[in-house]
Design a protein around this ligand. Structure first.
Ligand code: GRG
Length: 297
């Protein structure tokens, strides 16, 4: 699959995700309307919608019903968006730019941004638990538990804690890898596993998708570290040069730019190799493995 075909597919998925987000998170009136406005501000601001794309393409490998998969994909994007809103807060990364627009706490205020993140996190589980997501309650339960695990203390929240606890900590490559497998990797791996759960994948198929997810999660983070050094705020819609400014240990600070690039390329190839058992049906996922390391946004 060519890079431009993948871009078209990503674009189409982004539109579908936004339409579903509009439906699941309509504007409201009343005394609480401001928090909904802030949730919509953060969630409808664009973004690559990479995690929803991975979930939908994994589910499509097994011909899982599309409407339920889209709901699960949007739930995952809600959790991702909450993490960005909270990460941008003054108490964490203190950022002023996200997805090319002022961060939620600057557009609204800190308390509203905290509540908007909380609202997105909790709405995600309501969406997953609804029977429209999957007819089988056991599958819905597995989807809910999996997202809680990926987003929680042994996943994203735990990774963020380690990251915040030692911005200037000396970390070796193993420690950086562990941190990033939790902070960024867990939601990416969940995207693949949710697709597998929705599609009733076999244990071998689930394992292959898990290995693919692990490899592209790390490749994605290495590319993010490289873009923080080489990218521009105009292209990325967020400030760059932050890691070095904060003295953070990253794949780039640990390996150097060239070796980081090589490592990302190796991980991308490894990811592609894990998809053999799906044949050409997994071509879009192969293209994503290349996209995550070649991307400029
Ligand atoms: C606040 C619990 C909590 C966690 C925050 C994910 C995260 C943890 C913080 C974001 C900080 C960051 C820049 C991490 C690097 C990788 C990453 C998640 C980048 C943003 O994801 P993209 O590039 O963003 O998919 P878009 O806007 O395209 O969705």
């Amino acid at each position: 699959m060519t890079a431009s075909l993948l871009e078209d597919m990503l674009e189409r998925t982004a539109r579908a995700v936004e339409t579903e987000l509009e439906a699941l998170l309509p504007a409201e009136t009343g005394a609480h309307a401001r928090v909904v406005e802030a949730m919509r501000y953060a969630a409808l601001a664009g973004g690559k919608r990479l995690r929803p794309f991975l979930l939908l393409e994994a589910a499509a490998l097994f011909d899982a019903p599309k409407a339920g998969a889209l709901r699960a994909a949007v739930a995952l994007e809600m959790v991702h968006t909450y993490s960005l809103v909270h990460d941008d807060l003054p108490a964490m990364d203190d950022d002023d730019l996200r997805r090319g627009q002022p961060t939620a706490h600057l557009k609204f205020d800190e308390a509203t941004a905290i509540l908007a993140g909380d609202g997105l996190l909790t709405l995600a589980f309501e969406v997953l638990a609804h029977e429209a997501t999957h007819a089988d309650a056991a599958v819905r339960c597995a989807l809910v538990a999996g997202l809680a695990r990926a987003a929680g203390i042994h996943g994203m929240v735990g990774g963020q804690m380690i990251d915040l606890a030692g911005a200037a900590a000396a970390r070796d490559l193993e420690a950086i890898t562990r941190l990033q497998e939790m902070k960024t990797g867990a939601l990416i791996r969940y995207a693949l596993d949710a697709g597998a759960l929705l599609g009733g994948a076999s244990a071998a198929q689930r394992q292959a998708l898990e290995a693919y997810g692990r490899a592209i999660g790390l490749a994605f983070q290495i590319a993010d570290d490289i873009l923080d050094v080489e990218g521009s705020a105009d292209d990325l819609g967020k400030r760059t040069g932050k890691d070095a400014g904060l003295g953070k240990a990253t794949f780039v600070s640990s390996l150097g730019l060239e070796a980081a690039r090589q490592e990302a390329a190796t991980l991308s190839r490894n990811a592609v190799n894990r998809l053999d058992l799906f044949g050409e049906r997994a071509d879009s996922l192969r293209a994503v493995a290349r996209f995550v390391v070649d991307r400029r946004v």
